[in-house]
Design a protein around this ligand. Sequence first.
Ligand SMILES: Cc1cc2nc3c(=O)[nH]c(=O)nc-3n(C[C@H](O)[C@H](O)[C@H](O)COP(=O)(O)O)c2cc1C
Length: 177
Amino acid sequence: MSRTIVLGVTGGIAAYKSAALCSKLTQAGYDVRVVMTENAAKFVTPLTFRTLSRNAVVTSLWEEPEWKPEHVSLANQADLFVTAPATANFIAKFANGIADDALSTFAATFEGKTIIAPAMNPAMWRNPACVENVEKLRKRGVILVGPENGHVACGAPGAGRMSEPDTIFEAVENAFK
Ligand SMILES: Cc1cc2nc3c(=O)[nH]c(=O)nc-3n(C[C@H](O)[C@H](O)[C@H](O)COP(=O)(O)O)c2cc1C
């Protein structure tokens, strides 16, 4: 039976790379269920992820295909939760138990192995609030992939660039070992 991965996509410019990750995971035989924030859908459409994952994409808490709320039924099915890119906003919500949209509510419900691939402007990444939030998640066992030094879309130097889809894919494979 194939393993189910919930792929969280948040509203950063690196969301386009998440489409490549989604495709790679699907081609590797994983059952990929994408949950996007409303802001993520401003960068890449749900249609892209629906096509690449061959599954319906969740963007709202309020569209329930079944009697059971989707975040609960997905939390029961998922073997792994990967959020790429993870915005500063999502990291803050996840670290502090805020559940105010489909993705953060899923994050608050799921009890299994979790990977985040942060991506943001280097100043956001250095921000003490973000540093504390990341530390909280790390202490809880959340696996961090990146961010890396290099070119970020806004041109600022420093760490903040999302790891490449291949690197995140490797972390997924390692998580199942
Ligand atoms: C063009 C553009 C690019 C952005 N890129 C990022 C980013 O890479 N990382 C980040 O943390 N926020 C980024 N933001 C800000 C987020 O979109 C914003 O904080 C938003 O509230 C995140 O919502 P979400 O976490 O629910 O997806 C960007 C905003 C804009 C307009």
